[in-house]
Design a protein. Sequence first.
Length: 276
Amino acid sequence: MDAFDHCEQLVRETDKDRYLATLFSPVKSRRALFALYAFNSEIARVRETIRQAMAGEIRLQWWREAIEKPGTGDAMGSPVASALLDTLVRFHLPPAALVALIEARAFDLYDDPMPTLAALEAYANDTSSRLIDLAATILAGRRPGALEAIRHGGIAYAITGLLRAFPLHASRGQLYVPVEVLERHGAKSEDIFSGRATHEISAALGELRAIGRAHFDGYAAAAATIPAAAASALLPISLVPLYLNRLERFGDQPFRVADVAPWRRPWKLWRAARRM
C-alpha cells in the first residue's frame, strides 16, 4: 500500500461523506483529494488520541512544521504527510491555508465552551469552508470562485456535523453549542454534561438547526456560481437537509444518536452528483 492508498483507506474509515463524494470526482484528482481529506481526518481526530491538551498541541505543531518546513524532521515517514506534501506541490495549494486548518483545530483540544454564534461560524468557516476551498482548488485550479457558496455551505455542513456529534461531545465535556444560544433558552451546561434532557436544551439545539438551514439556503442561492469542475468538492453539503431532518425528528431526545439509514447517504450524493 503506497501513501495515497493509505490515505484513501483512512478517509474511507473516518470520513464516509467525503470518501463517497470523492468517487464522483475525476479519477486524476482522487488521490490528491484523499490526501487532503486524510490530513483533515488526522488533525480533526487529535483530541481522540491524546490524554492531555499539551500532547495535542505537540501533535498539531508537528503538522505545522511538516507543512512549513518540508524535507525536515520525520514527516516523510508518515504516509499521510508524504501524500499531502506531494499534493501541496503538485496542485499549488497555499501552505498558509493548511496551517490555518491546523490552528483552528487547537480549539478541539480544550474543554472551553464555544462563547458566541459568531465564534462558532468562524470556527466552522476555518475548518469546513477552508477545506472545501482547498478541495475545489485541486479540482478546478487556483481561485475557483464560488466563495459565498463555499463559505455558507461549509458552515452549514460543519454546524450539522457538530449537532450530529452533540451526544459524543457532551459525554466528554466539550461544548460547541454557543453559550449565548444556551443562555437565550435558559439551557444549562451541567445538564448537558450529565446527559439530562431538558426542553431548554432541545430549544437551543433547535435554534442551531435553524442557523444551519439558513446557511444551507445561502449556499443554495449561490450554487450557480460553482464551477462544474469543482462541484464534487461541495457534494457533501447536499447531505445537510437529510441530516437536519433526521435530527429534527428526534429533537426532544438531544442525546440520541440520530443517524440515517446506510443507503440514504450514497443515494443522496448520487442524485446531487447527477445535477452537477
